[in-house]
Design a binder for this molecule. Sequence first.
Ligand SMILES: NC(=O)c1ccc[n+]([C@@H]2O[C@H](COP(=O)([O-])OP(=O)(O)OC[C@H]3O[C@@H](n4cnc5c(N)ncnc54)[C@H](OP(=O)(O)O)[C@@H]3O)[C@@H](O)[C@H]2O)c1
Length: 238
Amino acid sequence: MTLNARIETWLAASHASCRFASRPFVTLCYAQGWDGSIAVQPGSTLALSNAQSCRLTHQLRSLHDGILVGIGTVLADDPQLTVRHWTGASPQAIVLDSRARLPRAARLCQHERPCWVLTTVAGAAREGAEFLQVAADHEGHVALPAALERLYQRGIRHLMVEGGANVITAFLRAALADALVLTIAPMLVGGYKAVGELGCHGRAQLPRIAPLQSERLGDDMIVWGRLHYSEKAGEDTA
Ligand SMILES: NC(=O)c1ccc[n+]([C@@H]2O[C@H](COP(=O)([O-])OP(=O)(O)OC[C@H]3O[C@@H](n4cnc5c(N)ncnc54)[C@H](OP(=O)(O)O)[C@@H]3O)[C@@H](O)[C@H]2O)c1
């Protein structure tokens, strides 16, 4: 079985074995260098995946019904979030954008299907986007539990989260990411790290990947597995 087929089978089994009553199953999927960096600095763009890993990412997109990034990624990369290097439908594009900063010219606003923007402000509007107002957390960002519940109500059952670092960290901190598919490119970037402060105290509280699986894809390494949290994880997120 090819690596692509193995990951697809594993993901289908994960989706089938883990259904939540009011939120989607969440898969974190991003690319980093061997030092954990996803960019040279926040706001700069760095293509890390090789062509095969890029195809795997597009395959993973096709296996989810929603794909979410933070507004920082939209402002830095202006991504399309479509399935172009694999077959299948593109997932619903979703942006976490508390202050409604999404540029009118963003490529996400040029698709036939409007992009969904989770925000805390009332009355925001852009052509090509649908703003969904949800509650704020204690820092004024979109509250992730409320956001996921809203997405579930709108039919999203399998959500892929592609980044960037603040969003990856927020999902891990809230214990709301269920699986991880990580591309590790053979580079040392010395830059902006994917995972920031998680509020864990000691090894026992750290999120774990288990069982961890890995395989080379060209010169990239793909690492994947389910995420597990200690009892205390996610307690501080309203
Ligand atoms: N290598 C990869 O796979 C990959 C993938 C994606 C991105 N990137 C890189 O990552 C960088 C962007 O990352 P970033 O950390 O600056 O931005 P980000 O994680 O994409 O977006 C962060 C922003 O999302 C908004 N947000 C809304 N609700 C949030 C919540 N509950 N928790 C966290 N954030 C929330 C916040 O802005 P508001 O408060 O204004 O809403 C926050 O500043 C770029 O350099 C990009 O190229 C790399």
